[in-house]
Design a protein. Structure first.
Length: 246
């Protein structure tokens, strides 16, 4: 094991940046979207992009994009726009993507296996250093270049690899216990795929990804579109308003 891998999460922290105003959470949530759009533009050979074109590629209003980027400092030039590679580097730095972040994933079911095999994590600087599960039939299985370990090794794994980020892909009934153990071992950020709200101390950040909620939101929007379709008279043969199409 390398010396870097044995260091604690706190010890791996980068030097403090110069103090500045807090970046709003909503802006932080849009930065990865801007970064993805910029990388696509770079892949197409674009070297500069206007705020309007970048906003369109990211699916936001240009005024919103300019406000968001103003929190990071102005990097656009009037009449020219933004230098694509410069903005990629700047947003990447703001998101802390200039280093490798060790990650532990607990829960190697169907979703966990899909997450473990997602190449996009490594491309963005996130290394899944350990896969853990409680199911004895999964312990010892090979997933890529990883071997599934028992969840009892969680604390040792966090300390050994200096894990800062934990991913929970367990059933809801097990998620809080796994979360508590992660926090107790020193994990400061958690990505939660379990269908529960986790209780954590103030210093721990949790991002919840609930796929069923997202589908229900899409269902709501489809339901509203169906209702509008009937109201404007264009869907006389459609289902009655308030019903869900079979």
């Amino acid at each position: 094991m390398t010396q870097q891998g044995a260091r604690s999460c706190a010890a791996q922290a980068l030097p403090a940046a110069r103090p500045r105003a807090q970046v709003p959470d909503a802006t932080v949530a849009r930065l990865p979207v801007y970064l993805r759009a910029l990388r696509a533009l770079a892949d197409d050979g674009r070297t500069t992009v206007s705020s309007a074109a970048l906003a369109a590629a990211a699916g936001v209003a240009s005024a919103q994009l300019r406000r968001d980027l103003s929190h990071l400092g102005s990097y656009g030039t009037r009449g020219v726009g933004y230098e694509v590679q410069e903005l990629v580097l700047h947003i990447s730095r703001e998101l802390g993507l200039g280093r490798r972040w060790p990650v532990v994933l607990v829960g190697v079911g169907n979703l966990g296996l899909a997450l473990a095999g997602y190449a996009g994590f490594d491309e963005r600087g996130f290394t899944i250093d350990a896969l853990l599960d409680v199911d004895e039939t999964r312990i010892g299985q090979h997933v890529g270049d990883q071997v599934v370990r028992h969840v009892d090794e969680l604390e040792d794994v966090v300390r050994s690899f200096g894990v800062c980020i934990g991913v929970i892909a367990t059933p809801g009934t097990a998620a809080q216990d796994v979360c508590d153990r992660m926090v107790g071992a020193g994990v400061r950020s958690i990505l939660n795929f379990a269908p529960v709200v986790l209780r954590v101390p103030p210093q721990v950040d949790v991002r919840k990804v609930d796929l069923s909620n997202e589908l229900q939101i899409l269902s709501f929007r489809e339901h509203r579109k169906t209702g509008l379709h009937l109201v404007d008279g264009s869907g006389a043969d459609g289902p009655p308003a308030g019903t869900v199409p079979a």
